[in-house]
Design a protein around this ligand. Structure first.
Ligand code: PHE
Length: 384
């Protein structure tokens, strides 16, 4: 036969591929990572991947797991929940991963977690803070704090430290993270005697926020709380200043990206957000991590790189302690994590499979931003 049908050809390629996969799995152990490597949240996925890879390289250099090397398989979901779900299906069924690290954005962790739970493959999200994520089942863990805490941290900061009480909210109604954090923030603000005088919405991917901002402007808020991701936040800050709004801008961990200042510029100067990590932390875990990361990638790590590194280290330590790498054995070993001295703080996993740990408040300083400078300065650390 001269021509083989294309579908047959594809099938042949796939079987060759899966053969090479199963062959390789005899001497390597595969860990899966899924994230946004492209799109408006690309730095989330890229930084996380780099942090995880650093931890895996170190583990392999130290001998691996009983002589076996670990390999990280990474899929890009382009920031789409449905792609996140498909990536996890592929990591489990084709790549035969023993565990999953991901996602950053809560909406995508929420989309993929049921798949991990269904196949009994442990999943650790380094940075999804929406409480619902780990409620998807006993195979789903996180190594970061949750949004009820983060919302409280920023509301207290507004009222107690900044003495600002009349706030407006601008939230992303396509993001579970944003919707939740806005609610938790509102709850504490109100308890502290503050008021939300306006609550406006946008959708991830929007680039024009003038209508919402114009309506907020009329109410003269002391501050605007924007629990969004860096691309939209940068644009919102710019447009707010263009419209003559001088209110203080506040946010959460979703601001953390080297691109934030690039997009928002001086419009963000002096605003504050809560986060998982500060490079100013003098603990050796932090400073050694920064040096190793810079040596490998030639850039300074952001909070997501640190969170990815911590989640990977917790998984690797659990793999060492586990009776076997079977789902239930590995799950129990992860659940037993106590007092892990991470870059993002001391990590203990509680009975809800969440981590209880401190948050930091950072101030955006855009001095030098025209030439690529600008930074996040440590303000305070808040313990739960
Ligand atoms: N906490 C965010 C979420 O749940 C993700 C995030 C974490 C983004 C840390 C940036 C930095 O969606």
């Amino acid at each position: 036969m001269k021509f083989i049908p294309f579908s047959l050809f594809l099938l042949m390629i796939f079987s060759l591929l899966s053969f090479s996969c199963t062959k390789k799995s005899a001497d390597t152990i595969v860990i899966g990572n899924y994230g946004s490597l492209t799109g408006s949240e690309a730095t989330f996925g890229l930084s996380t991947r780099d942090g995880i890879q650093l931890a895996i390289d170190e583990f392999n250099s130290a001998g691996g797991l009983n002589g076996k090397k670990l390999e990280l398989k990474v899929y890009d979901n382009q920031g789409k929940p449905e792609e996140a779900r498909l990536s996890v299906e592929k990591l489990i069924n084709v790549d035969k991963v023993v565990a999953l690290l991901g996602e950053v954005a809560s909406t995508r962790s929420l989309a993929a977690a049921p798949v991990a739970q269904q196949y009994k493959v442990p999943m650790i999200t380094p940075s999804s803070t929406n409480p619902e994520v780990t409620k998807k089942g006993n195979f789903i863990f996180r190594t970061c704090f949750i949004d009820p805490f983060q919302g409280q941290v920023m509301a207290k900061f507004a009222v107690n430290s900044l003495k600002l009480k009349r706030g407006a909210i601008l939230r992303d109604n396509k993001s579970d993270y944003s919707m939740g954090l806005a609610d938790y923030f509102t709850k504490t603000l109100t308890e502290l005697g503050g008021t939300v005088i306006a609550d406006e919405k946008y959708a991830s991917g929007d680039s024009d926020f003038k209508a919402q901002l114009t309506s907020l402007r009329e109410k003269h808020p002391d501050f605007i709380f924007i629990p969004g991701y860096y691309t939209e936040v940068g644009l919102i800050a710019r447009q707010a200043r263009e419209l003559g709004i001088s209110s203080m801008l506040l946010g959460g961990d979703g601001w953390d990206s080297p691109k934030l200042i690039e997009i928002g510029g001086t419009a963000l100067d002096g605003s504050y957000f809560s986060n998982h990590y500060t490079a100013e932390d003098k603990r050796p875990e932090v400073q050694e991590f920064i040096t190793k990361f810079k040596n490998k990638y030639n850039v300074a790590p952001d909070g997501l790189a640190a969170a990815g590194y911590d989640a990977a280290q917790i998984l690797l330590a659990a793999m060492k302690r586990a009776k076997s790498l079977e789902g239930d054995d590995l799950r129990l070993a992860i659940a037993a994590t106590t007092n892990h001295p991470g870059v993002t703080g001391m990590i203990t996993i509680n009975s809800e499979r969440d981590a209880v740990k401190s948050a930091v408040v950072l101030r955006v300083s855009t001095a030098g931003s025209a030439t690529g400078g600008g930074e996040f300065k440590f303000v305070e650390s808040v313990h739960p």
